[in-house]
Design a protein around this ligand. Structure first.
Ligand SMILES: [Zn+2]
Length: 234
């Protein structure tokens, strides 16, 4: 395939000092460490480096089983094949923010679009949360967002799905989380299904099947990793 026909959709939110993080998570700082000013005095070639402080769930990331399960694998222990997969994207923007996306919602969408969920797929849900709140409020993650419920998570597991993803901060909908309940996370944990969080640009992928690539960093013992996820359209 010629490079000119290759289209890569960037599914990553930007990482910067002061970006929104989930309440209670480590805040993000990117700061100068060695500067050109300092190094030019010591070397013929000057150089600069930055320090980065980032939560392992900081911004666009994948959760490892260890996040929810004390006996689960950390992110460096996961096979890379899980991060180079076929994926489909379901448009769930009609589901009211705060509510759960049901099996009926997905079945109706698949019937309407001809989209098929296959064994080994990653299923992305376009909920529009990031687009609704980009630059609007620092604490936008607290605004209502859609997620899936336990029944939907179980149905996806039965189809052999290996991962789910959202352009929002969690698999569970905000109404359930506000009650202190994480029914979707419980099923994802039990079925060892990965969760990709804080994606963006999913509106460009609704109704499509595509190659999804989202390798994590090899962070030893980490409960998640920042990723640079992309969709390849040919
Ligand atoms: Zn996470």
């Amino acid at each position: 395939m010629g490079v000119s026909r290759l289209k890569i959709i960037d599914l990553s939110q930007p990482i910067f000092t002061g970006m929104t993080v989930w309440p209670g998570h480590l805040k993000t700082y990117i700061f100068p460490y060695t500067t050109h000013e300092e190094t030019k005095r010591r070397y013929k070639l000057s150089f600069e480096t930055r320090g980065i402080i980032l939560c392992d769930h900081g911004t666009t990331h994948v959760d490892a089983p260890l996040h929810l399960d004390p006996n689960g694998k950390s992110v460096d222990q996961l096979p890379l094949e899980l991060f180079y997969r076929e994926a489909v994207c379901i448009d769930a923007r009609h589901v009211p923010p705060g509510e759960a996306i049901t099996v009926k919602d997905i079945e109706e969408y698949c019937r309407k679009t001809g989209l098929e969920i296959r064994e080994g797929d990653i299923v992305l849900f376009c909920i529009g949360h990031y687009d609704r709140h980009t630059n609007a409020k620092l604490e936008y993650v607290l605004e209502p967002f859609q997620g899936i419920n336990a029944e939907t998570a179980r149905w996806l597991a039965e189809k052999g799905v290996v991962g789910v993803g959202f352009d929002g901060p969690a698999a569970d909908c905000s109404k359930n989380i506000a009650r202190g309940e994480f029914p979707a996370d419980e099923v994802l944990k039990e079925k060892k299904i990965l969760c990709f969080e804080n994606l963006c640009n999913l509106d460009k992928l609704v109704g499509k099947r595509f190659r999804f690539i989202a390798f994590p960093l090899k962070l030893v013992g980490a409960t998640a990793s920042p990723i640079r996820p992309v969709a390849i359209l040919e």
